[in-house]
Design a protein around this ligand. Structure first.
Ligand code: G6Q
Length: 555
């Protein structure tokens, strides 16, 4: 168990990350702020919005509905200074191997470095190869989009299927969905990730092998789920096309593993490369974004990169107290480590952003869900929050009850587009009115007196305490550029939190464990004799499955 506030001083004299000098002041300040209601803060300061909001390009962040004052923010910024956020930021942008357990640089920022200044890893400027892959992706996508690239019977491609999982799925899937208004009219993009055969089977059922192009997306090209689905897709394709030579027109790969791609039978000329300094969950900007380029075209993809680059530049150069990712991270730390908040809700009020919560669950929880710091010490403070969410408007009719009247403190991000992609203005106005009403209600609540004045009965049930923190992030419109900014905003927020918690946000040993465990059990599922090498529960479940399952094979 770790303490819910930065309450403890280290006994051994070495200040841990959350035992820095400013933390004592933050604890004292928290004791005061715990009793302060945001309603009163707003009443006392008509300029509170101006004080606690920030515009960067087409993104507006309103963070005034947080349990903060000027003093809170200046103490939190001091925490960022004492944690050397600025120094770590330079180390990341400079190509230092800040992923220390894998001895790798962390350079997703190089993938969208549209100013093209040199970025060196081990002395080599990576920009020429980054740019070359972007060029190749664009040229390939153009051939498919224009109809020049044909399937083995001479038909145009109509369907793209990305086979990948985790970082090789969630990012491109979220972006392709978010940018649907920009998609190519002929091309439908599908994503297969689940090893449950229903996913691949259902997806392929409606497709024609003659007009389908598969992208096998896997950094390692060894991930069991992806490779099993890819082999199934290959067999499905060959069942109709009858000749291996046709594979070259229907399968391309995105990977760092050239040998494994060739062994699968994909022509290395149809492989799009990326590098070990691109983490899976940070890889949508790399060749892993090939499905995005196919869906919306190279120009739009570059706009996405440009948006991310604009946020990178802001993050790198803006002072910490006017720095959007830093502010979001500091608020995250404030609630996580001082108020004891355990989770953080992501609530998009934009239909096209409905996969953003799932994407951020991975980005954040795989990065900062760690109980050992970068030096291998067990931490004695809470780290990454449980990130969760769903489209806000639907959530209002479901889980918002707990946000308003539950016993937990759940900071929430409301993400909204000012301009919709449809011309259904009445719909959009209702959507926006709901977002505004919810954030206002979460902040204000409804006092006993107000409740009594409105209704006589069950007053206690109808009182809302309010004082629930939220951020509002307004995009002018969900364009590729704005989306790039938004994703990069969260990536850097995650980075800053990781620095403050002294974590390596870029390894994922928990994922690696899962990759190993199943391979031991797999052959045991159909073993001749009962299995006994595990704990009693696992043994019994394996043996139950052995008895009760009826293996089936086939396409
Ligand atoms: C991401 C994780 C993980 C990874 C998948 C797929 O940061 O490492 O989600 O992306 O396990 O891995 P491959 O791309 O190697 O198939």
């Amino acid at each position: 168990m770790v303490s819910s506030v930065f309450a403890k001083e280290k006994q051994d004299g070495m200040p841990g990350p959350l035992h820095r000098p400013v933390c004592r002041q933050l604890r004292a300040h928290h004791a005061v702020m715990a009793a302060v209601h945001m309603r009163d803060l707003f009443a006392a300061d008509p300029a509170r919005f101006e004080r606690f909001s920030l515009q960067v390009g087409e993104l507006l962040l309103d963070y005034s509905k947080n349990r903060i004052t000027d003093e809170t923010m200046s103490l939190l910024v001091r925490l960022a200074e004492e944690a050397d956020v600025a120094g770590w930021r330079e180390r990341m942008f400079g190509g230092d191997k800040i992923n220390n357990t894998e001895n790798r640089a962390v350079l997703h920022v190089a993938l969208r470095n549209r100013s093209n200044h040199p970025v060196r890893v081990d002395g080599e400027d990576v920009m020429p190869k980054v740019n070359a892959v972007i060029e190749r992706m664009g040229a390939f996508a153009e051939r498919v989009r224009s109809g020049e690239w044909r399937g083995y019977t001479g038909e145009r491609i109509t369907d793209i299927v990305n086979i990948g999982i985790g970082g090789s799925d969630l990012g491109p899937q979220m972006v392709v969905q978010a940018l649907k208004p920009y998609r190519h009219p002929r091309l439908k993009v599908h994503f297969i990730s689940n090893i449950d055969g229903a996913h691949v089977k259902e997806t392929l059922e409606s497709l024609n092998p003659e007009t389908t192009l598969f992208i096998v997306s896997s950094k390692t090209f060894t991930t069991q789920e992806t490779m099993t689905n890819a082999h199934y897709a290959r067999a499905w394709f060959l069942a109709q096309s009858q000749a291996e030579k046709h594979i070259a027109r229907h399968f391309v790969a995105v990977s760092t593993n050239r040998e494994a791609v060739a062994a699968f039978g994909i022509d290395p000329a149809n492989m799009f490369e990326f590098w070990d300094w691109v983490g899976g969950r940070y890889s949508l900007w790399s060749a892993i974004g090939l499905s995005i380029v196919l869906a919306v075209g190279a120009e739009r993809f570059v706009e996405l990169l440009e948006g991310a680059h604009a946020m990178d530049e802001h993050f790198r150069h803006a002072p910490l107290d006017r720095n959007m990712p830093v502010i979001l991270a500091l608020l995250g730390v404030w609630y996580n480590n001082f108020f004891g908040a355990e989770s953080h809700a992501i609530l998009p009020y934009d239909h096209y952003l409905r996969s953003l919560p799932a994407y951020l669950e991975q980005a954040d929880m795989e990065s900062n869900g760690k109980s050992v710091d970068r030096d291998g010490n067990v931490v004695d403070y809470p780290t990454g929050a449980i990130v969760w969410g769903a489209t806000g408007i639907n959530g209002q009719h479901a889980f918002y009850q707990l946000l308003h009247q539950g016993t937990k403190i759940i900071p929430a991000d409301f993400i909204v587009s000012v301009e919709p992609h449809t011309n259904l203005q009445a719909h959009h106005d209702i959507l926006i009115a709901n977002f505004l009403a919810q954030t206002e209600a979460l902040m204000r609540g409804r006092t006993r007196e107000e409740t009594q004045a409105q209704t006589g009965q069950f007053v206690s049930h109808k009182v809302f305490d309010g004082n629930h923190p939220s951020n509002a992030i307004l995009l002018q419109k969900l364009t590729p550029h704005a989306l790039g900014m938004l994703i990069a905003l969260y990536e850097h927020k995650i980075f800053v939190e990781g620095v403050i918690w002294n974590l390596n946000s870029y390894d994922q040993w928990g994922v690696e464990l899962g990759k190993q465990l199943a391979s031991r059990i797999l052959p045991e599922l159909h073993a001749d004799a009962p299995v006994g090498g595990h704990d009693a529960s696992t043994n019994a479940l394996i043996n139950y499955y052995r008895r009760m399952s009826h293996p089936r094979t086939g396409l």
